[in-house]
Design a binder for this molecule. Structure first.
Ligand SMILES: [Zn+2]
Ligand SMILES: [Zn+2]
Length: 141
């Protein structure tokens, strides 16, 4: 009897006496003792209810912020060069070829004598200039 009293602890959620070895409080159903699902560290009280230790919560936040961070270094096609090509070589569809849009590039080239492709090139140059980096990457890589 005395031994059982020593081993019993107070549930941090409902204050009922529960065995020290209990994983879940049988009175309120809250977790009082379980391993962290990330690293296996034994958790108690509020942390047991959450199921993860403070270190794993921190680590998860770091991973999340890393994933959500914008592209730091420009890779792939350069937006600056695409803009320059639109203005200077738009009439010949140079920016279209550069951006991997070959079919429309050929059309620009075929109709360059009408002057329309040059106008379109200027228009697209402005569009690229005002487009944000993220949507440029998404569209042209
Ligand atoms: Zn309880
Ligand atoms: Zn952990």
């Amino acid at each position: 009897m005395i031994e059982a009293e020593i081993l019993s602890v107070e549930c941090p959620f409902c204050r009922a006496d529960i065995p020290g070895s209990a994983r879940k409080c049988r009175h309120c159903g809250e977790w009082v003792n379980r391993p962290c699902e990330g690293c296996g560290t034994p958790l108690r009280a509020e942390w047991a209810a959450r199921g993860v230790c403070v270190e794993c919560v921190k680590r998860r936040r770091e991973i999340q912020s890393h994933v959500e961070a914008p592209l730091a270094t420009p890779i792939g096609r350069s937006r600056g060069l695409a803009i320059v090509l639109s203005f200077l070589g738009g009439g010949f569809g140079l920016h279209r070829f550069y951006l991997g849009r070959r079919l429309s590039g050929v059309l620009y080239l075929l109709f360059f004598w009408t002057g329309i492709p040059a106008l379109l090139g200027i228009f697209e140059g402005f569009r690229l200039a005002f487009m944000n980096e993220w949507s440029f990457r998404k569209k042209y890589g």
